[in-house]
Design a protein around this ligand. Structure first.
Ligand SMILES: [Zn+2]
Length: 74
């Protein structure tokens, strides 16, 4: 199968650019426009995944029940 995109297609599709900056994305770094944006998104993902818990000033605290994760409507 050949995944070549025909230039000048007929469908009027809204060009969706880089999800990070919105610039036209590069097939090399898709769906991003550059490595910088790709790394940026990746880092954001990693930070969210390995986010360190905020340690309150309570050293003598035993296991606390995990707070219910608050989600933002998206
Ligand atoms: Zn970008």
């Amino acid at each position: 199968m050949n995944g070549t995109e025909a230039p000048g297609g007929g469908t009027k599709r809204r060009a969706r650019g880089c999800p990070v900056c919105g610039r036209p994305r590069d097939p090399r770094w898709r769906p991003f426009c550059s490595r910088a944006c790709r790394d940026r998104d990746f880092l954001a993902w990693v930070e969210g995944r390995y986010r360190l818990p905020v340690i309150e000033e309570e050293p003598d605290e035993e296991e606390r029940p995990a707070d219910a994760g608050r989600r933002e409507g998206g």
